[in-house]
Design a binder for this molecule. Structure first.
Ligand code: M6R
Length: 612
């Protein structure tokens, strides 16, 4: 989605803004712009369509002068990508950037036109700048003009603006779209996302919905939009390092992030495994023993890849904590008046912690009295802030649009949650729990072995099958969500049509698709579903599908059936998804790389989906 950066301090603003925008490139965009105000109030505005290098070239040829500015990368919602629709937008002395969607834009546009506003773009954003400008003309001071204008907006927004008449302050505001303030030494920053600010400061303040803030070089103040009342928000230290958000010698962030999985898992497990007791330490889950026993149902709500992790999590919770559990797409859960209440635990799973459907679904569940637990990767993001408690994954910043390391980190977080619940509810045998905990502790090394040990083979298979038009992924039990995830990875970055199916459903329709041109990737590790999955593999072979099997090490039976076998270490069955997904991530990566697609920023996609 769109990205915002702002800076006020002692340095030249333009290079800092450009650097911040580059760090937000992964969010996806179609145009970009910066506005810098010189000390005497001269506004310098540059906007370009397309990739950031166009903006960079222009700034190189015509450097901007000034120590305060705002920048933006735009992902078009209102109006096609064009220079005039790119942000920042200007109305009188007001210069403004915005993420999100202003829902009442049509009424606003008519009212502003009736008052004589000269609106240059098709965007909803420019309207906000005009609204503020009119209020300044009515005699309001900047802060009040902004506050009063925000009261007239409906929808989601994160806004940063400045006035050429007061070139020492940036005003920012937030409603259902992320915005963070970075507190530096003699400098203040704002951004829609943490990585934009990491090289400059790790001290961050997260605005709440309905907050606006005034940033000056040495200070910031936060107020409520509705009352104007001043409020305090906690200053948080973000321990991600800027290097974590760089490619580190890899061709793409996605490949780097696939390789980072062992570390992401180690960090997510750190301090949480009680190996002697076969238990999980976690205050963060935010439930007492009695609460855990009183829960009657668990809902896991999420979108996309996080939904696939939730589908596995659902099995974990049912099988280990013996609680009825369902994994629901947040976009389907919200708004249908779901039957959920005080005896239910709702686990909202989200890498970014900002996905609008998951956020709204969690809010609706909370309003009905359910206890909400967030499983998120971004500290202080909207979903954890709304939740009653947060059990964070510690995967570090994920930049590639295709989620990889956050998916596996979510799986271990959900497995830990299931073990914790199972122990508290006295339904999980301590010996089995110890086996699981020991298995988790060994996992990072095994993941490393899978990455190193399979990538050449997977890359060769991608060369052989990369031109297929359709690919089918099959799995049962824990491997069914992994089949869905393998298909999603392949389609989102390589644009190849792919379907994930529960292997048992194959006979009920998809088998008709199989012929000599269709690779069928069968996930068949040794587990309780193994024999039946093997029958499905044979059925696909009988239709001349090209079978690639993901199997446990040394599985001769699978080797006899097909020559293309990718082996993963044999582990306790609950851990299989953490290993079997890796070759599928690599397969998608190598197919896409061979096709030359934009792997880290696939077409039409954005890293964080904050609009509906
Ligand atoms: O930040 P979230 O985990 O809430 O995001 C949910 C989906 O948008 C996300 O997983 C998406 O499906 C990824 N691009 C998949 O790789």
């Amino acid at each position: 989605m769109c990205g915002i950066v702002g800076y006020v301090g002692n340095e030249e603003a333009a290079p800092i803004l450009l650097d911040g925008l580059k760090r937000l490139e992964y969010r996806g965009y179609d145009s970009a712009g910066v506005a810098v105000v010189a000390p005497e109030g001269e506004l310098q505005l540059v906007r370009r369509v397309g990739k950031l290098f166009r903006l960079e070239q222009e700034l190189g040829a015509r450097p901007l002068r000034g120590r305060i500015g705002i920048g933006h990368t735009r992902w078009a919602t209102h109006g096609r990508p064009s220079e005039v629709n790119a942000h920042p937008h200007v109305a009188g002395p007001i210069v403004l950037v915005h993420n999100g969607i202003i829902e009442n834009h049509m009424a606003l546009r008519s009212a502003l036109l009736a008052r004589g506003a000269r609106i240059a773009s098709d965007t909803d954003t420019e309207l906000v700048a005009h609204l503020i400008h009119f209020k300044l003309r009515e005699g309001m001071v900047l802060e009040e003009a902004v506050r009063r204008s925000l009261l007239e907006l409906r929808g989601a927004y994160a806004i940063a603006l400045l006035s050429t008449e007061e070139p020492n302050r940036i005003v920012v505001a937030k409603s259902s779209s992320p915005l963070v303030i970075g507190v530096g030494e003699g400098a203040m920053f704002c951004g829609s996302d943490i990585p934009a600010l990491l090289p400059y400061t790790r001290r961050m303040v997260f605005l709440e919905d309905g907050d606006f803030a005034v940033l000056e070089r040495d200070a910031y103040r936060i107020h409520r939009i509705d009352t104007g009342e001043r409020v305090e928000r906690p200053l948080r230290y973000i321990d991600w390092s800027p290097v974590m958000a760089e490619k580190g010698g890899f061709k793409h962030f996605m490949l780097k992030e696939i390789h980072e999985q062992p570390r992401a898992i180690e960090d997510t497990l750190r301090g949480r495994l009680h190996r002697e007791e076969g238990d999980i330490y976690s205050e963060e889950i935010g439930l007492s023993e009695r609460d855990a026993q009183a829960i009657e149902r668990v809902f896991l709500i999420a979108c996309g890849t996080s939904h696939h992790a939730s589908l596995v999590g659902r099995y974990y919770i049912e099988m280990l904590a013996r609680l009825p559990a369902v994994a629901e797409l947040a976009s389907e859960f919200r708004g249908r008046d779901p039957i959920v209440g005080p005896r239910d635990l709702v686990v909202a799973v989200s890498q970014s912690g900002e996905t609008i459907d998951t956020l709204v679904a969690a809010r609706e569940a909370k309003e009905r009295g359910a206890r909400v637990l967030a499983v998120a990767n971004v500290i202080g993001s909207a979903i954890p802030r709304l939740a009653d408690a947060s059990f964070y994954t510690h995967a570090g910043p994920e930049i590639g649009v295709a989620s990889t390391k956050c998916f596996t980190a979510q799986l271990v977080a959900l497995l830990m949650l299931a073990i914790w619940l199972g122990r508290r509810r006295n339904v999980l045998d301590p010996i089995k729990a110890r086996e699981l905990v020991e298995g988790l502790a060994r996992l990072p090394l095994q993941m490393r072995d899978v990455i190193i040990g399979t990538k050449q083979l997977v890359s060769n298979l991608a060369k052989r099958h990369g031109n297929a038009r359709d690919v089918l992924f099959l799995g049962r039990g824990f491997s069914y969500p992994i089949a869905l995830e393998g298909a999603l990875k392949l389609k989102e970055i390589s644009y190849v049509h792919a379907e994930g199916y529960p292997a048992g459903e194959m006979k009920h329709g998809p088998i008709a698709l199989i012929d000599v041109n269709v690779p069928v990737i069968v996930i068949a590790p040794r587990d309780r579903w193994y024999e039946r999955t093997l029958s499905n593999l044979q059925e696909a072979m009988a239709r001349e599908g090209k079978i690639i099997a993901i199997a446990s090490e040394g599985d001769e039976a699978v080797h006899r059936l097909t020559q293309d076998v990718i082996e993963v270490p044999e582990v306790i069955e609950f851990l299989n998804p953490l290993l079997t997904v890796i070759p599928l991530q690599l397969y998608a990566y190598y197919v896409a790389d061979q096709k030359g697609t934009d792997i880290d920023q696939p077409r039409n996609l954005a890293k964080t989906v904050t609009v509906e």
